[in-house]
Design a protein around this ligand. Sequence first.
Ligand SMILES: [Ca+2]
Ligand SMILES: [Ca+2]
Ligand SMILES: [Ca+2]
Length: 408
Amino acid sequence: MKTSGRILAAALLLAASTSMAFGAPSGGKGGGGGKGKRTTSACQTTQVAPTISGAPSTGTIEGIAYSFTPSASDANCDALTFAIDGKPAWATFDSRSGRLAGTPPAGTAGLYPYIVISVSDGYRAALLPAFSISVTPNSVPSISGTPGTRVESGRSYSFTPSASDRDGQRLSFSISNKPSWATFSTSTGQLSGTPASSNVGTTSNVAISVSDGLSVATLAPFSIEVLAVNNAPTISGTPPTSARVGSGYSFRPTASDPDGQALTFSIANPPAWASFNDATGQLAGTPPVGSSGTYSNIVISVSDGQLKASLPAFSVTVQEPVTGTATLSWQPPTSRTDGSTLTNLAGYRIHYGTSPGSYTQRITIGNAGITSAVIEGLAPGTWYFAATAYDTAGVESDYSNVGSKTIN
Ligand SMILES: [Ca+2]
Ligand SMILES: [Ca+2]
Ligand SMILES: [Ca+2]
């Protein structure tokens, strides 16, 4: 390559010196042998050599395109053809335009000297001074970054490496072992996506590489673990806010966990008279005598072992038991249903209950001379009362009219 460059350059120099030594040929010969010569009045008839000029770049980098096209003209409008000596093997040369172009591949770094581009009009040649192209080695691109290695399902993940190339070459990215839930940009190297709960697990040996077209650099392989998201349990329910001494109190919240985890319950500020079941969340008990008052800031919570949910704080007010009394009075019967006189009246029975005609309670008054009674200990509600009379033979009358009283 270099040797042949020297020979051709010398030959062309000889041709040039010949032209200079002997001067231009006579006008009679002008255009006689010129192939494709244009015969316009603007073209000079006295044959002269073509001219060539241009300043070729003298350096490039492996992988970086090189191009040079000289300027050439001929005053006689002769068709011009170009030639080159010392052409680098990685370049091509166009004899019609004189363009030298190519991209030196990896491994071609070095000096390409004695490149001579010439132009000929078929009679004479002109040439550019010999030049060299220095091809410098490609720099491997660099890639860096610290990718995230864990992501919760349902959350977005994104990682973009930093990459650069000292030679300014266009960079492209590639990936191996890409997670199925992620997408990858070959232009930016970004790995991104949102894993679903079905993607829970680990993808190992994820490797992102960058290439400048000649050399590849790879980021240290990493793993991405998709973690199952734990959702908080839920708890609901409306606890009764009042209780009564001697009456049972009970509340059990409704709770569940979206992930199906086992739940445990806890309570803050439980009333002393109640017990709490940490497996069911039930708060239950009977306020004893003397426990009336307000029990505040009771908080029932549920936990899945990690996350907790609580009901709003509530209070339970324990009230004294309410009982009422009813005072009944009646008039003793004096006759039987057949009209005969009643002579052996023995006593009365008071029947009562919370629905008329259906009496669950009964008291017997075994003295015909008593005509009134006070019934105590009646719980809140409406009570209905009726009286009967009975004689010494045990014969009992029908119910009297019904009286009622509402205990608040
Ligand atoms: Ca010419
Ligand atoms: Ca490079
Ligand atoms: Ca959970």
